[in-house]
Write a new protein. Sequence first.
Length: 469
Amino acid sequence: MRGSTAARGVPRSHLPRELEQFVRKDNFMLFIRGAAGTGKTSLALTILSALDAWKNCLYISTTTSPEQIFRHYPWLETLSSRQELGRMQKPGFSAADLPAFVDAKLEDREGIFEIITSKLMDAQAPTIVVDSWDAIDFSKDREAVFTNLRVLHSWIQRASAKLILIKEQVNDIAIDTLADGVVILKQDYYNDRRIREIEFLKLSGIQVNKPSHFYTLNNSIFTSFAPHSPGDFAPASRRGPARKAKKPAREERLSIATGQKKLDSLLAKGLSTGGIVNIELDPDVNPAVPFILLDKTISNFVDADNLVLFLPLDGTSPRYADRFRNDEVPDFEVQGKSREAGTSRVVTVEQPSAGLDVRLAAFQKTLARMRNAHPDKLLLSIIAADVAKSAEGKAAHVEQLVTLLRSSADLTVMINRRTQETAGVAGMSDVYLKIIDVKGTLFLQPQKPWSGLYAITINRQHVRLDPVV
């Protein structure tokens, strides 16, 4: 978030880029429409936070008391000035005492309009929220409502004000022509998991390249997810020297952290040693995504002087493995004639011209040699290839490979494309994760253990996982 609110530790707001540009205009009338529970109030409060408008705003609530708003959105307390914060800590303080929040549940239409016009007359460039407009719009005299809105629009332009009206009547578009901006919030289910989407019906003066964005209401904050771009997947060099982290002995390790706090929490503190993780990619997902997601996991292995063995996925540059290598030791690659295992902590089985069966055989041979050479070190094996398509024995061959991996590697990650043949691999895995692409936004869909969606946002190789709440 920008402005002084960020300095006071206010949660970051993540508005879609187009909406962020719109709300920073000098004046506007914005309608936020959506069914109950879609996050209309959260969006309005997040806009106020993004604008740092708390010292010059008016929040008129026609359905909920200010006390209830503060209970539902506890992060609001950090937005108050020091003077207001001191008042809030005194006995007998009521959130209704804050001038920014007005309880208008008992006000009629004329009373609410009077509150708005008084603010427009007394303050320069205020931001006003009416939550919700339905209390006024239910009036039988719709023509009077239209007339008052036209008058308000003129006042808004004259006072350089910003007016946000919240509406629960999704299909009532009669007054949309008077607004400068109209957004609608939707919630649906995707693969039996909740998904939320904001759609831009109208944002005057703003170039809208993407008409909708997905979002979450985690921690009662509206947070949208940026769509990915090709540049997000370019390999980046590791920064700083590898740190020699002291780790427990191999036999003492019961779980391995992924480096992603939200994912570790979902997996009950991490991945079990000897476990098999199956990551399945939708056809449109860039093959680099799982490597970026696993970046911290691989870094933890390498920085603790442990071992990593790669079998790259077709179409994935080996540079994703190269960036983890230690410049102080020789590289080790299996290319027909291999050198002694153990001369490098990160090993890539790279035989582009060979078939999958040949590469898998080389992988298994290298795995055994690395384990024999370093029985005391943790070993992470990453098979980024669809082993279910190997020519040998299909299910029986996959089962034999999984048995070897469980006994020789401390953790195995198998990455494959979604096909009918991958069901067997998924059934043998301890953790089964899908990475899907929905309208240009990446999501992690945990299958085993089952969970709701997590949005994957990649920014310069930094990965953020946000639960869709």
